[in-house]
Write a protein of this length. Structure first.
Length: 261
């Protein structure tokens, strides 16, 4: 059974995941060592830069509060990530189907990304309120463009030999699109999704910074107002962990689904 190609494939990916996870732990330990060394070398007080032990102590003793505030941010991240993928893929398909309109719509997409997120996020709060909707929309805005451009680029650069062969066999346009162009574009779409996995938590937190009554961004703002630097670092570590977990989970899922990548 171990010699079965599928078992070998899964075994390889599990081994690669363990190696990648071990490297991440080593990098994390190295960053903690540099962090502690900076504090010892410059004799920095806790209100400037708290020690790693102080931050992890805060993480442990305030774990219930941090967990409560993590849940809204996690929900906003996952919903924004999912909706961003859906809207990004739909926009890319629309641009690929209606190529003449792409020359008019692409500048609009670029303009949407040229506007700073902090400048437009307050408008989302005014329009949608202090609930999750404005934070989800902020996350969607941040990840919509990378997914659209990555998928659209893949759809526009299908290997010409495959298309010529399909046309020679008199395949219909929609069959060519569904069976050739979309599968060929999935690896590039996967790259856009990986970028979105890292940006989605940031989008949710930026929305919470602008206006929120809960979430990790809200927790960081309150900690900043009270000069609780250790709590700010604790929330920041949780945000980083969310981004890492989401990225590696999505990366592993994409490698299994898009096996030809």
């Amino acid at each position: 059974m171990l010699n079965h190609p599928k078992n070998k494939f899964l075994h390889f990916h599990y081994l690669a995941f363990i190696v990648q996870f071990s490297r991440s732990l080593i990098i994390f330990a190295g960053l903690l060592l540099i962090w502690q060394s900076i504090i010892l070398f410059w004799h920095l007080p806790d209100y400037i830069l708290p020690s790693p032990s102080h931050v992890f102590s805060t993480l442990y003793h305030q774990r219930n509060l941090i967990a409560i505030q993590t849940l809204p941010t996690l929900i906003e991240t996952l919903l924004g990530f999912t909706l961003g993928i859906v809207f990004g893929c739909l926009a890319a398909l629309f641009l690929a189907f209606f190529r003449p309109l792409a020359h008019w719509l692409l500048p609009t997409l670029i303009i949407s990304q040229a506007i700073p997120t902090f400048a437009i996020a307050p408008l989302f709060v005014i329009w949608l309120g202090y609930g999750m909707a404005s934070k989800i929309l902020t996350a969607v805005l941040m990840i919509f463009f990378p997914i659209t451009i990555a998928f659209y680029d893949g759809l526009c650069h299908t290997y010409a030999g495959w298309l010529d062969l399909a046309r020679t066999m008199q395949a219909k346009k929609w069959r060519i699109f569904w069976h050739i162009r979309i599968p060929a574009a999935l690896p590039r779409l996967a790259s856009g999704i990986r970028i979105a996995a890292v940006a989605a938590p940031l989008g949710a937190v930026i929305g919470e910074w602008v206006g929120a009554s809960r979430g990790l961004g809200y927790l960081m703002l309150n900690a900043n107002a009270r000069m609780q630097i250790d709590m700010m670092f604790a929330a920041l570590i949780v945000i980083i962990m969310l981004a890492l977990i989401l990225y590696f989970s999505i990366d592993k899922l994409l490698r299994l689904l898009i096996w030809w990548e």
